[in-house]
Design a protein around this ligand. Structure first.
Ligand SMILES: Cc1ncc(COP(=O)(O)O)c(C=O)c1O
Length: 416
């Protein structure tokens, strides 16, 4: 039986039943990570993002180490997502041209011989921002046209950021995220465009698997960097929208660390907690959140789990957390207030959700039972991924400088 904490300091947390086992897909193993990294190394502006050691925070919160992989510095994109879209687009172009990806360099792909096919390969995607930005950017590198659709309520600054980095034509629709994905799919069918979507469903699996393999570059860099620092993570906090990123990273962690895989905690917004709800159902199936969820965590505002990674999240994660918006806002302020040994970490709403959950769990006596269940102690080494920087600069200023989305008064009261 799973254990459940309902509304523990505003959060809902599930501890999965112990001893569960699943089949670990080879698709997210060592070889896949090597191939993705070999490709990414050739992209303009590539360099490993930093693994930032938050040592004073770790001291303050009473754990051995807190490290964050700072994806705000990935390429010029302010988020990790470009890793996935660019790699999948590369694989599609290789397939179209009959080239073996293992033997094909970016330079070869850019040679005049292939330009006619490349210029006629049109990509389309739906996005709440970061993924579309990556696809637009990669479209510019390859020389392919790109169409991007965004759900209603998308911030214009995010649409503009997509246009700025590449050739994408961007449209904000009047549909929620899931319906915008369906719309992009219809457009791809009727126009012969390639749908480059960062989630999978029945019949659409190969391209998202390539996208997820692209994310492994980030995981393999992080695990190697930790090893160079002489550390092995005991805990891994991952934020989830559809759970593609979390599933890929968790799958790779299970390959990389084997029996010593870190305890893995998934963090989602309460408004769009489809992975949490799927775990709660205990029937092994993925479940969706319907309607038009509203959350400041735009990148995590997704109602349907990714078909490929849901089984990994179901079988290999230990905890599922559903968090209100103030948890992410708190995480943004924690990052902003931290002195680091290396670079400062600017973290947006979706990037900071895990820091919000971690710091509250470690700080608040009301959450001690959860902390203990997670096995968080003075020996713990925690790995987080700051998946985005200030992708909504105005929202960032409101939260970090003006204190928007504070921890509610009634919770503060309880503390006294
Ligand atoms: C900044 C950020 N973090 C995390 C995620 C979650 O990724 P996934 O939808 O694969 O769970 C996203 C998705 O767009 C994102 O933009």
């Amino acid at each position: 039986m799973q254990k459940r904490w309902k509304q523990a300091w505003g959060m809902d947390v599930i501890q999965a039943e112990g001893g569960k086992k699943g089949v670990l897909p080879e698709a997210f193993g060592m070889e896949a990570a090597r191939a993705a990294r070999a490709f990414h190394r050739q992209l303009p502006g590539y360099q490993e993002t930093s693994l930032v050691c938050l040592s004073s925070l770790a001291d303050k919160l009473g754990v051995k180490g807190i490290y964050t992989k700072n994806e705000a510095k990935r390429f010029s994109l302010n988020a990790f997502k470009g890793l996935g879209g660019s790699y999948a687009m590369f694989r599609i172009l290789c397939r179209r041209l009959g080239l073996d990806p293992a033997e094909t360099s970016l330079e070869k792909l850019q040679s005049p011989k292939y330009q006619e096919v490349i210029r006629s390969t049109v990509f389309v995607t739906a996005t709440d921002g970061n993924h579309g930005r990556g696809v637009s950017w990669a479209g510019g590198i390859f020389g392919c046209p790109v169409h991007v659709y965004m759900p209603m309520g998308s911030v214009e600054a995010r649409a503009e950021a997509i246009r700025r980095v590449g050739p994408a034509r961007v449209t904000i629709t009047n549909k929620n995220y899931d319906d915008t994905v369906s719309y992009a799919m219809e457009q791809s069918r009727s126009n012969g465009w390639y749908l480059i979507q960062d989630t999978a469903w029945d019949g659409y699996e190969e391209i998202p698997a390539w996208i997820i393999q692209g994310y492994l570059t980030m995981a393999s860099e992080a695990f190697e960097q930790l090893e160079q620092a002489g550390e092995r993570p005991t805990h891994l906090f991952l934020q989830a929208g559809v759970g593609a990123m979390a599933g890929g990273v968790l799958g790779y962690a299970a390959h990389y660390y084997g029996e010593q895989k870190p305890v893995t905690i998934l963090v989602e917004p309460s408004a769009a907690d489809c992975i949490y709800r799927s775990a709660l159902a205990e029937d092994g199936k993925a479940h969706s959140v319907e309607g038009n969820p509203v959350t400041i965590m735009a990148g995590l505002n997704c109602g349907t789990p990714c078909k490929i990674t849901w089984p990994i999240l179901r079988d290999f994660a230990e905890f599922y957390c559903s968090c209100p918006d103030y948890v992410a806002a708190h995480g943004m302020r924690v990052y902003a207030g931290e002195e680091t040994d290396g670079e400062a970490v600017v973290s947006g709403e979706s990037g900071a959700a895990t820091m919000g959950a971690l710091s509250l769990i470690l700080e608040r006596t009301e959450l001690t039972e959860i902390k203990e269940a997670m096995g968080l102690t003075s020996d713990s080494v925690i790995l987080l991924i700051n998946t985005e920087g200030d992708t909504d600069p105005e929202g960032y200023r409101n939260i970090v400088e003006k204190g928007a989305y504070p921890i509610p008064e009634e919770l503060q009261e309880d503390m006294r």
